[in-house]
Ligand binder design. Structure first.
Ligand code: BGC
Ligand code: BGC
Length: 640
């Protein structure tokens, strides 16, 4: 009897012990978020609080250091895939290891892991790659945007990542900016509508769901308004520069999308590298505190951009104090996290940063971590793993590609293509066989990739070959070289030239001339003489200068950066679907027209843009283009 009672007691203890460890108030999901935040904050040391405010790039930190410093956030920067194992499982293993490291600290606060899944989870090989936002802007379809964002979230949680540095809320005003393609449009209302739709899709029905990810509207605020020539980066022209507008303009053009994002549940916001009113955004307490927190009522957390802290003052210690006091909560210090921690600790100890400010920052971060359900489901969602890169996901991307294409010109019935005609088709341009050029920056690597088809998808040449019937003789030459037949010069009924910008991201994509490469100009010249009908497909992150080529071509299609599903392009070229895309940006005739004064754009004469915002033909409306195309022909310099 005695023995049995003892065993029973022992059993009871065993059952209770782990249960009790899990029911500290902050670990109890039945308590309110604010109760949990207050309880947890009360248990934290200064070191744990500062660790919580620290966000480190995974290449600079191993899991052991996450435990040692009680780090709050880890990210994959551009190209931050697990090297040697860029698979769903490889990512999940990598992210879970950081998570386990965080959970083995005394307070077991989960780490929040972030990535730039700005057009799908595109650093993951085999993930579906959606069109970049410029193409999405052309679709003007908010439901489609929400669907894309839902899929992106699924592919992210499969790898253990619940935090996306997206959507971009920039309203790019000058397309010479290298991040133009990251923005949906030059038009604030369109950006607001589509970025809100993306946020809603990423965050799902409830942020705490294991299929939801935290969205991060970025970059607050005015990133799209920087003036040409103001970039502080030696390689840059506009990126990270000065948004030289008055406050009314800043609010009307650039702030408006944030109002909607916050109303629709934005819980983390990333600050812009740019400056306004003589100050770097990371040191702007007026905009961060008074406007974002006060006026807009934002009570999620504010995250800094990549190493941006150090730019707010010449001396690092001053910079940290200034930025934290301006309102930065989570600090993206990708490399030197130890230096940041030492500096901020010293600033608290000498009173330059108050404990209240630290507590506020940490509360903001913890609040969102609780809302996300991270304490309840910190690890990769294995149920979602089978969906990554699935046919169902690719079908949505393919549909997005169809809707994103903008038909600029279509004469001589060059389109639609006829799959069954007996014909010869020449295809030219390295871009026709390049998932890298189709996808642009932020695809596998920060700057994207140019060589080899490093992920899964369909190139344009593959899509064309699959779509043409057996009576078509299709010859692809990247360099546009076709053998003479029986002594007479090579000739085809149809020529399709795919031209475009080589991949780029951020300041490395700033461009003074927006020129087509001499390679591409040469390809078009060369093919024009060899074919009856010439179709040009442009892959680019923005409008580029094409007036001469537009006149040479019978048909001209702006396909933007469509991503992995090239068959979406052929679906429309063969007439199975109509063109529905509309220009999300005004298209300049020459760079002398930039930056546009949108309020006073001429509609006629050679000072008018090549094409206005919203331009885009369908098969039925191709005639309506006559006046714009006539003007283009009159104003263009002679073909060389
Ligand atoms: C970019 C951000 C990005 C961050 C992390 C920065 O350089 O400006 O948009 O989220 O890097 O990769
Ligand atoms: C990182 C990017 C980051 C960029 C900023 C790169 O090395 O991979 O994530 O946006 O630096 O300059």
């Amino acid at each position: 009897m005695k023995v049995r009672l003892f065993t029973l007691l022992l059993l009871l203890l065993l059952v209770q012990a782990p249960a009790r460890a899990q029911t500290l108030p902050y670990q109890n999901p039945d308590l309110s978020v604010e109760e949990r935040v207050a309880d947890l904050l009360g248990r934290m040391s200064l070191a744990e609080k500062i660790g919580q405010m620290t966000l480190v790039e995974k290449g600079s930190i191993d899991p052991a250091a996450v435990t040692r410093y009680a780090i709050g956030g880890v990210l994959s920067g551009g190209g931050g895939y697990p090297s040697g194992n860029n698979t769903v499982e490889g990512w999940a293993e990598m992210v879970n290891a950081y998570e386990e490291a965080a959970l083995s600290t005394p307070l077991a606060i989960p780490v929040i892991y972030g990535v730039d899944a700005v057009h799908g989870h595109a650093a993951l090989a085999g993930a579906v790659v959606f069109p970049h936002n410029i193409g999405i802007g052309a679709t003007r379809n908010p439901q489609l945007v929400t669907d894309i964002a839902r899929i992106t979230a699924q592919e992210m949680v499969a790898t253990g990542i619940y935090w996306n540095y997206a959507p971009v809320l920039a309203v790019p005003q000058d397309i010479r900016w290298g991040r133009t393609y990251e923005g949906y449009s030059e038009n604030t209302a369109l950006v607001t509508e589509l970025s809100t739709a993306a946020l809603v899709g990423l965050q799902g029905e409830k942020l705490s769901d294991a299929t939801s990810v935290l969205a991060t509207p970025k970059h607050f605020v005015g990133d799209g308004g920087t003036a040409f020539g103001t970039s502080p980066v030696p390689e840059g022209l506009l990126d990270r520069g000065v948004t030289d507008v008055d406050e009314a303009t800043l609010r009307a053009v650039h702030l408006a999308p944030y109002v909607s994002a916050i109303q629709n549940g934005a819980r983390s916001i990333m600050v812009s590298f740019s400056s306004w009113g003589g100050k770097r955004m990371h040191g702007q307490s007026y905009l961060l505190q008074d406007v974002l927190r006060g006026e807009l009522g934002f009570d999620g957390f504010i995250v800094s951009d990549w190493e941006a802290l150090k730019d707010v003052a010449p001396n690092y210690a001053d910079a940290v104090v200034l930025a934290i006091n301006a309102g930065i909560d989570m600090n993206m210090v990708p490399y030197d996290y130890a230096g940041f921690i030492t500096t901020l600790t010293a600033a608290v100890n000498n009173g330059e940063v108050t404990m209240e400010r630290i507590d506020e920052a940490v509360s903001n971060i913890l609040r969102v971590k609780f809302e996300m359900g991270l304490f309840e489901h910190p690890f990769a969602n294995t149920d979602a793993q089978a969906l990554v890169g699935s046919e169902a996901h690719r079908e949505v991307a393919r549909d997005a590609v169809r809707q994103s294409l903008v038909l600029l010109k279509n004469e001589n019935n060059a389109l639609p293509l006829d799959a069954n005609a007996s014909q010869t088709v020449f295809v030219a341009g390295p871009a026709a066989d390049s998932l890298g050029m189709q996808s642009g920056g932020w695809t596998l690597e920060w700057q994207g990739f140019n060589q080899n088809n490093r992920t899964e998808g369909t190139t344009l040449i593959e899509a064309l070959e699959a779509a043409f019937g057996e009576n078509t003789e299709i010859k692809y030459s990247a360099r546009g070289r076709y053998a003479a037949v029986n002594g007479s010069e090579a000739h085809a009924d149809i020529g399709i030239v795919v031209v475009g910008e080589d991949p780029y991201a951020e300041y490395l994509g700033d461009s003074a001339d927006l020129a087509l490469s001499t390679r591409d100009i040469g390809l078009i010249n060369n093919l024009r003489d060899k074919v009856d009908k010439l179709i040009v497909i442009l892959l680019s992150g923005r409008p580029v200068i094409v007036d001469t080529q537009l006149n040479q071509a019978d048909t001209f299609v702006a396909a933007w950066l469509p991503g992995s599903e090239g068959a979406g392009v052929t679906d429309v070229l063969f007439g199975g679907y109509d063109f529905v895309g509309k220009l999300p940006y005004t298209w300049p005739r020459n760079v002398g027209q930039l930056p546009f004064d949108f309020a006073h754009l001429p509609a006629e004469g050679c000072d008018a843009p090549l094409f206005p915002f919203g331009y885009g033909l369908s098969y039925a409306s191709a005639e309506a283009a006559a006046s714009w195309l006539e003007l283009a022909a009159t104003c263009a310099p002679a073909a060389s």
